[in-house]
Design a protein around this ligand. Structure first.
Ligand SMILES: Nc1nc2c(c(=O)[nH]1)N[C@H]1C(S)=C(S)[C@@H](COP(=O)(O)O)O[C@H]1N2
Ligand SMILES: [Mo]
Length: 505
């Protein structure tokens, strides 16, 4: 057997397919996207020259995509077989081939719109499977070459391992398919969902300062930062969703999705920021949210004397406590069902999440929210507060320089600086910029519809050739000037001025 090439080819193919299975299952469980294999196919479709695509559609009609997938599979099977054959001569040559294949997958997943770090995991799962199984499957073959007298025993070992891998790989792929189909089902419900009263309004023209490189005032859903503790994103059908409001209330309420959206919807622009956002960081975004005011629902339930917070719990068991005052005053604290005119993306809380202007996400913005317990801060411990984060999380005033980028080379002379500043539910009155530690200069501000959103700013200064440092600070509508004292994100949000170093030439 060992002199024949067949078992080596089989070893490569079995290891290769098993790696595809683990990467697929990992993608289904860990991310909200397709597998790395599908990402590569998408990449090919997106980057194929137009003439090639047209020829393909001409030739194959709607079969163009199945043909692409089959072609890719054939190429991969060839590569897997080759890896098996390479393993005859050395252990590292096939490892290089596995790395190259994984590299292609990695590039493809990272080029997807809005790709996050979690996207790397399925590729890593596949690569680890390939390398581990390559040695598990080819070791007995190698031993058989060295000891012809043991050949029949090693053959049995090889067949046993290959059989076990085939069974396990199939099981893993089926498991991934079950998880994936639940997700696809919810994604379909989401796509077909029409909610009366949700409008798709463009951002007001006055909110844009018109400086290239400044973050768009309205953050598209695909680019909105994502923070949560969910290993596998909850997939909840609207028909299966309900919110229970209980605790210190006169009447317990249970509200289903249809009942929720049959109420009057409110819509507003709100900037959401994360307490873990470092100075100059991008864990902040601005969107138009549509939903039902939480104050009205709490009034219906009748909040009892003595309560000071609502403990919100998500479908996946994450929780936070939100001050009752922020949920019942005149701000637009809402159970949001839409983001930028679309039903919430699954990873941003579909079908319902909370949005509370003025508070960091970790104390307020519960995604996949299913439970409101009206209670007292003194009586609850929540996911982040037990880990040392502050009980109260009002969003702090912050500002950021988007252009020039850190380390950029710009032409000397008139240089335009620009960025965003925010202090949700207080508002921004001014932004000041200091070049090379000199006096603070007032920047120009765009006009925003409310105090709950960030504001774009810009300032043009004369900059001589050389290395420079520029920093920014904001002034709140309450007169507070953003402090330059550096504080870490723990326990209640970072402070300090964002500074950018650049070179004028
Ligand atoms: N269910 C759930 N909701 C959650 C979290 C979470 O881990 N689980 N994280 C919160 C934190 S810390 C932030 S900053 C916001 C982020 O919301 P986004 O991912 O839609 O940007 O969601 C909040 N809601
Ligand atoms: Mo956060």
């Amino acid at each position: 057997m060992s002199t024949s090439r067949m078992p080596w080819v089989a070893a490569g193919i079995v290891a290769g397919l098993a790696g595809l299975a683990t990467s697929y299952a990992a993608a289904m469980v860990l991310t909200i996207r397709a597998s790395p294999f599908v990402a590569v196919a998408d990449l090919v479709v997106r980057h194929a020259p137009g003439s090639v695509t047209e020829r393909a559609i001409d030739l194959l009609g709607s079969a163009d995509k199945p043909v692409l997938v089959i072609g890719m599979l054939a190429l991969l099977l060839g590569a897997f077989a080759w890896a098996g054959l390479l393993a005859r001569g050395s252990w590292w040559k096939p490892v290089i081939l596995w790395f190259v294949l994984a590299g292609v997958g990695l590039v493809a997943v990272l080029l997807q719109r809005g790709a996050g770090p979690a996207e790397v995991l399925p590729v890593a799962a596949g690569l680890i499977t390939w390398i581990t199984l390559q040695s598990a499957l080819t070791d007995p073959l190698r031993r058989a070459v060295r000891r012809p007298d043991l050949e029949s025993r090693e053959r049995r070992v090889f067949l046993l391992v290959a059989g076990a891998v085939a069974v396990a790989g199939t099981g893993i792929a089926i498991g991934g398919r079950v998880v994936g189909s639940a997700r696809r089902h919810v994604e379909t419900s989401r796509r077909l969902l029409r909610i009366d009263g949700v409008t798709r309004r463009p951002s007001p023209a006055s909110a844009t300062i018109g400086v290239r490189g400044v973050s768009p005032w309205q953050t598209p859903n695909d680019d909105f930062y994502r923070i949560d503790t969910a290993i596998s994103v909850p997939t909840i059908e609207p028909a299966e969703w309900s919110l229970r409001i209980h605790g210190l209330v006169d009447r317990e309420l249970v509200i289903g999705f249809d009942e929720l959206v049959s109420r009057k919807l409110t819509e507003s622009w709100v900037t959401l920021s994360c307490v873990s956002n470092p100075v100059g960081g991008d864990l902040v975004g601005n969107a138009r949210w549509s939903g039902v005011r939480i104050a009205d629902l709490l009034a219906e339930a009748g909040v009892r004397e003595g309560a000071d917070c609502v403990r919100q719990t998500s479908h996946d068991g994450w929780d936070c406590a939100t001050p009752l005052a922020a949920l019942t005053d005149d701000r637009d604290a809402m159970l949001a069902v839409a983001m930028n005119g679309r039903p919430l993306p699954i990873e941003h809380g579909f079908p319902v999440r909370s949005i509370v202007p003025g508070l960091y996400g970790y104390v307020s913005a519960t995604k996949w929210v299913v439970d409101f317990e009206v209670t007292r801060f003194a009586d609850v411990d929540t996911f982040w507060t037990v880990k040392g984060w502050a009980e109260q999380g009002p969003a702090k005033i912050a500002s950021r320089i988007d252009v020039p980028r850190s380390g950029a080379d710009v032409p000397a002379g008139q240089v335009t600086f620009g960025g965003v500043a925010w202090h949700q539910h207080t508002g921004i009155d001014g932004v000041e910029v200091s070049l090379d530690g000199r006096s603070w200069e007032r920047a120009e501000l765009a006009e925003v519809p409310s105090v709950d959103t960030w504001v774009q700013w810009a300032l043009t200064l004369d900059v001589p050739a050389g290395d420079h440092g520029v920093r920014v600070r904001a002034i709140g509508a309450d007169g507070e000037t953003q402090t330059g004292v550096r504080q870490d994100v723990v326990p209640d949000g970072a402070t300090g001025w964002h500074t950018v170093e650049f070179t004028a030439t």
